[in-house]
Design a protein around this ligand. Structure first.
Ligand SMILES: Nc1ncnc2c1ncn2[C@@H]1O[C@H](COP(=O)(O)OP(=O)(O)OP(=O)(O)O)[C@@H](O)[C@H]1O
Ligand SMILES: [Mg+2]
Length: 410
């Protein structure tokens, strides 16, 4: 790892993270919030301030452990989680069009939050969306997305995320890629480059087909794109295989059920040659399949065709798993993701669980919250008062009404 430095308030975030694995918090801290004391090995969102984000407005201060947002349907619980997610990852889990999240009739939304990264240091993160323009800033200074990402990592569990287990391979590739980016933000650029090359290759294949180019001419035109695809695919393949290995190392294979969960990266080149020499293999396949790609009119070879196999006791969970087994599997993958993040960065991401009691039974929720205690700062939403009664012992509870969240005094 990197060179170890002494922690001072002047160290940058990255410096802090380099030493954070070995750092032990002092017994008394200078934190102004009594709830935030020795919990330094996790990211802490101390407060969130909202201007015109969906039906929300106002400010919220959070507890460092479990935060329960309770309220009737349609009052804004999920919106609060979406705002936290946006602040951390600069996108929404509900929509690809961020303009939709601006309050009806308004032009600008601002979500900002104070993140504590050590007893001495807090950082102000802000995401502003005006029309189609998104502006990111740290401590009121404008930043690029690459520099911004990684300031506050967030993992979400909700019904949509079940696509990772139940849906098409692209959801699983997104799960892997998102995990890798959280550990290594510049990987965003590798993915963007890959997608750009893929688009360009596809449009070339379409025009080659429309213009009835010969195989030879098509091969010649494709060569520079294939070269880039081979090298980018090799990078993506290596990163994903490594990430899956790391997930496997920490996967609590049987936390919620009797059956054993296992995952395996499934390269689309499996059975085609020696995957240990991936770049040579893919280069060879790209050369051999020009005719097929010409007929198809799009790229048939590369990491955009890969998948992640998820199985329980050796059976494909997507086809044979019950709904409860699928939910448990997703949760186990996300917990593993969180553990890998912690092992690499020395801190825990925030964990958001939307409509938790619709997705999991109380027994599993109990096990889960116990597992998370002392690890992540956790945010759950529920519309059931019985949930609050059962799990509020170590929690901060917020009533969400018409977009406003008010902390309940116990
Ligand atoms: N762009 C927007 N501007 C204003 N209000 C919006 C916007 N988008 C959504 N809303 C409002 O947000 C509310 C829904 O909020 P949210 O989904 O957070 O509710 P919830 O408390 O999670 O409900 P449930 O318990 O049903 O999940 C709706 O009243 C909807 O009209
Ligand atoms: Mg909701």
């Amino acid at each position: 790892m990197g060179v170890k430095k002494i922690l001072t308030p002047n160290n940058t975030k990255r410096d802090y993270r380099q030493i954070s694995k070995n750092y032990r918090p002092p017994l008394s801290t200078s934190s102004t919030d009594p709830r935030i004391n020795d919990k330094i090995t996790k990211m802490l969102l101390e407060s969130l301030e909202i201007h015109n984000f969906r039906n929300l407005n106002g400010k919220m201060s959070f507890g460092s452990g479990l935060n329960i947002l309770v309220g009737e349907n349609g009052h804004g619980k999920t919106n609060w989680l979406e705002a936290i997610y946006l602040l951390g990852l600069t996108r929404s889990f509900k929509t690809a069009k961020l303009t939709e999240a601006i309050r009806f009739g308004e032009r600008l939304t601002i979500v900002s939050g104070m993140v504590r990264e050590s007893p001495e240091i807090t950082r102000k993160l802000q995401v502003a969306v005006e029309g189609n323009t998104k502006t990111l800033s740290i401590n009121d200074k404008k930043e690029t997305v690459q520099r911004y990402l990684g300031q506050m990592h967030v993992v979400i569990f909700n019904a949509d995320e079940l696509e990772i287990i139940r849906g098409a391979p692209d959801a699983r590739r997104r799960f892997l890629d998102g995990g890798i980016v959280s550990l290594h933000p510049p990987f965003v650029q590798t993915l963007a480059d890959y997608n750009r090359v893929l688009r360009q290759k596809n449009s070339l294949l379409i025009s080659a087909r429309d213009n009835e180019y010969s195989l030879e001419k098509t091969s010649e035109l494709l060569a520079p794109w294939n070269e880039q695809l081979a090298s980018l695919s090799a990078r993506i393949h290596r990163a994903r295989v490594r990430f899956v290995e790391r997930i496997n190392e920490v996967l609590e294979k049987k936390l919620f059920a009797r059956e054993e969960l296992s995952i395996r990266y499934l390269s689309s080149l499996e059975g085609k040659g020696d995957l240990a020499h991936y770049e040579a293999l893919i280069a060879e396949r790209l050369g051999l399949r020009v005719q097929a790609e010409l007929v198809a009119g799009h790229a048939l070879i590369g990491t955009h065709r890969d998948d992640l196999a998820v199985s329980f006791d050796g059976h494909d969970i997507r086809r044979f798993g019950s709904s409860g087994q699928q939910r448990s599997a997703l949760l186990l993958l996300q917990l593993a993701n969180i553990a890998v993040f912690n092992a690499t960065r020395g801190e825990y991401p925030l964990f958001l669980l939307d409509d938790i009691d619709a997705e999991l039974d109380y027994r599993r929720i109990g096990q889960l919250l116990e597992y998370l205690e002392g690890k992540t700062q956790t945010f759950v939403t529920t519309s059931k008062e019985s949930f609050v009664e059962r799990f509020d012992a170590h929690a901060s509870v917020f009533d969400v009404r018409e977009g406003l969240a008010e902390e309940r005094r116990k």
